[in-house]
Design a protein. Structure first.
Length: 577
């Protein structure tokens, strides 16, 4: 096909449903101006699904809607959806929606033997024209054809109905009951509908789970997986499974852990923003305390934090953290911290995932904690928990939300698999182990991995103080790693030994000093003796020199006398003439 011909190809226009997550799965919504079939068993949410489609269209997109009910009256419908915050009476008064109840008596059809939808077309056309409707719902189609067994007439009238809706240019939803061997009881609606969505409500291990699947969508690509959806006080929320591409943005910004010594082990700056962190350890090792320190530090930086607790109530966590100097209540009061506490058995895994997804979308936190994820094993297998966490981590990474998981580790096959399975998903893994020695139980903290950064490979002793958590260097003694009182005792022994050694050195220094002084005294005495002897010798030498000079002088005088020359002691006398 040439580029010129491609310009004339029209893409399918879609009508957004306004249902959280559904437009993402359908890549834009339902086919505009075409009928969509919503089918499923009793209690799966077909009526609520279609009602929310009508209400969201009127409230959010300015598209009036008509709801034709064949089972429930308008008053019953209004009462049923009031708990979801939908006021159908007000919307009807504002002429944004119109609800029409049509009663069809099966016996009347059997008595007359005639059947056509002309009366429905007239009534439906009037309702559409009266408010300028853009959306239409028929709930449910089985009641419309309840007394008809002729397949030829059924097929013809069904096609007439669908064509009528297309001619009116409305985006329509037709709900249908699930058949035994087909998507619907009649088995025909699914073939003439442009889009078919199957709703399913399952009970597995006494836990209910609702799922949605797009069976077909003419003219559009769409998600083909089963997607969990949740019905709560705000309506329906559909959760996409996961993104198909590993092309998410990453950040180089670092997020402090709230424990300065741990940040030092992580090259000084903490974790990467948008990363996933696992803190694992046996019961009582301080996993929740590490998570609380992480949350506390984030709240003090004015970040929004969301804490999902599956084991303790928020009041318990707040009370317990005060013992280590962390006041979480002030962050709750300021609105920067929000708790979501529930038992794992409240929902199935899929429902937990949807609830977490929805709470994050609503609160928009930058930090999330799940404490502990191993409790989720009570409502699913290890592979199911891992699948759920993969989807959750994928969503959080897209949103650049930093998440910390805590996990209970026991010496059992299941929990060893838990650590191995979950730890491979996360970016950083902090593990706390018990170190038992001399009847004491202490804690050792290890950084098992931290992707993309240098980190310490040394174990640190993990201690609790009244002002928070701290890590101190363990002592490597002759018999291995020493912690607690054993470390303190060994350090005391070493300090005592160093003191004794120091005192011995001091004594030797003093003895050496005394010997030096004695030697110096002896040297001084010898020097004095030497000087005295030298002085005596000098005196003798001088006397001998004088005596020698006197003798020489006397000899000269004697020679002069023998020669007849007068002598004189006067040195000024001249020789005689």
């Amino acid at each position: 096909m040439t580029n010129q011909n491609q310009k004339h190809v029209k893409t399918l226009v879609k009508t957004p449903t306004g249902i959280l997550g559904l437009d993402e799965v359908t890549l834009g919504g339902l086919p505009q101006g075409r009928p969509t079939l919503i089918c499923g068993g009793a209690g799966c949410g077909k009526t609520l699904f279609s009602l929310e489609f009508i209400v969201r269209g009127a409230q959010e997109f300015g598209e009036p809607g008509v709801f034709i009910a064949f089972e429930e009256k308008a008053e019953e419908l209004a009462t049923n959806v009031a708990s979801l915050g939908f006021d159908l009476y007000e919307l009807q008064e504002q002429k944004k929606i119109k609800i029409d109840y049509i009663h069809i008596d099966k016996s009347e059809i059997e008595e007359t033997g005639e059947y056509d939808l002309e009366g429905l077309f007239i009534r439906l056309g009037y309702a559409i024209d009266s408010i300028g409707a853009k959306r239409v719902v028929l709930d449910t189609i089985e009641n419309l054809f309840a007394g008809l067994s002729n397949q030829a007439i059924l097929r013809a009238e069904l096609r007439r109905l669908f064509q009528f809706l297309k001619d009116k240019g409305v985006t329509a939803i037709i709900t249908g009951e699930r058949g035994e061997s087909s998507l619907t009881r009649q088995g025909l609606e699914e073939y003439v509908s442009d889009c078919v969505i199957l709703l399913d409500h399952r009970i597995i291990n006494q836990i209910s789970t609702r799922r949605l699947r797009i069976v077909k969508y003419r003219g559009s690509v769409h998600g083909t997986n089963e997607y969990p959806f949740l019905i709560d006080e705000e309506g329906i929320s559909v959760l996409p499974v996961t993104s198909l591409q590993l092309d998410k943005e990453v950040s180089t910004e670092r997020v402090p852990s709230g424990i300065p010594a741990l940040d030092t082990m992580l090259s000084g700056d903490g974790f990467y923003r948008g990363s996933s962190i696992l803190t694992s350890g046996t019961a009582g090792t301080g996993k929740t305390s590490i998570a609380a320190s992480f949350i506390n530090a984030a709240c003090e930086r004015n970040e929004r934090c969301l804490y999902f607790a599956f084991e303790e109530s928020p009041q318990q966590i707040v009370r317990n953290m005060r013992s280590i100097g962390i006041d979480l209540q002030r962050h709750i009061d300021s609105g920067s911290l929000q708790f979501q506490a529930s038992r794992p058995t409240l929902y199935g895994l899929e429902m937990h995932l949807v609830a977490i997804h929805k709470a994050i979308r609503k609160f928009k936190p930058t930090i999330v904690v799940l404490d502990p994820i191993t409790n989720l094993i009570t409502v699913g297998t290890m592979s199911e928990v891992k699948s759920m966490l993969v989807r959750l981590i994928d969503f959080l990474q897209v949103e650049q939300i930093t998440v910390m998981f805590t996990a209970l580790a026991l010496n059992t096959i299941t929990n060893e698999q838990t650590d191995e399975g979950i730890s491979s998903l996360v970016d950083a893994w902090i593990q706390i182990k018990d170190i038992e020695l001399n009847g004491e139980r202490n804690r050792g903290l290890y950084v098992m991995k931290s992707r993309g950064m240098e980190h310490s490979n040394q174990v640190r002793e993990f201690v609790f103080t009244k002002t928070g958590l701290d890590l101190i260097d363990v002592y490597i003694g002759p018999e291995g790693v020493l912690t607690g009182s054993a470390r303190a005792t060994q350090i005391m022994l070493e300090e005592t030994g160093e003191l004794i050694h120091s005192q011995a050195l001091n004594r030797k220094d003093r003895e050496l000093d005394r010997r030096r002084k004695m030697l110096e005294g002896k040297i001084d005495g010898l020097r004095t003796e030497f000087e005295s002897t030298e002085e005596e010798l000098n005196k003798v030498y001088i006397e001998e020199q004088i005596k020698k000079e006197r003798i020489q002088e006397a000899r000269r005088n004697m020679e002069d006398i023998r020669k007849g020359n007068p002598t004189s002691n006067n040195p000024d006398n001249k020789e005689s003439k």
